[in-house]
Design a protein around this ligand. Structure first.
Ligand SMILES: [Ca+2]
Length: 180
């Protein structure tokens, strides 16, 4: 293979990598989440629930975008969290948006949200029976170089019962932190 062909392959590989992983420094509107609409099922996402009673499934009937959504059911009071680890830049602002639908979510505190792991930052909490609702969370990465983020039914000290669907998530970089 000559040098020219090799360079061409390098260039193609670089643009392919950018297209797949979306980490172009000049483009800030790229979705940083892998499998953000759950079209690949649970791929790239890790599920856990505090009492191990939460049930997760891929739903092909209730969808906001594409052909699949994620369904989390807490048969009794539970804190269920589906997380994805995302590499972030420190001291940078990010915005997470997504859609949540609920059925019979009963809770005294936080119901269905998109949450940042390791603290109390989350979107608006959806409870009761609600059709697809857009939720948003803006946050700063602080000193972090990676975060865990995603759909949650329940929270720390806030056990929720019921069913929630999540779909069409987007995480974008907004720019340098305003905090100095
Ligand atoms: Ca979807």
């Amino acid at each position: 293979m000559n040098t020219r062909a090799r360079l061409l392959i390098c260039a193609l590989t670089a643009s392919f990598t950018t297209a797949v992983f979306g980490q172009t420094p000049t483009t800030k509107k790229v979705n940083l989440l892998a499998n953000p609409s759950f079209e690949d099922g649970q791929g790239w996402w890790d599920f856990s629930s505090y009492h191990s009673r939460g049930v997760i499934s891929v739903d092909e009937t209730e969808t906001r975008d594409g052909k699949k959504s994620i369904r989390i059911e807490n048969p009794s009071g539970e804190d269920s969290f589906l997380k994805q680890t995302v590499t972030v830049k420190p001291k940078t602002r990010y915005r997470l948006t997504g859609y949540i639908k609920t059925q019979d979510v009963v809770v005294k505190g936080r119901g269905a949200t998109l949450s940042l792991d390791g603290g109390f930052e989350h979107t608006e909490s959806i409870t009761g029976k609600k059709s697809w609702t857009k939720v948003t969370l803006e946050f700063e990465s602080g000193a972090a170089t990676s975060i865990k983020i995603g759909p949650r039914l329940g929270h720390h000290g806030s056990m929720a019962k019921g069913v929630a669907w999540f779909d069409d998530l987007t995480l974008i970089e907004l720019g340098p932190s305003r905090k100095r």
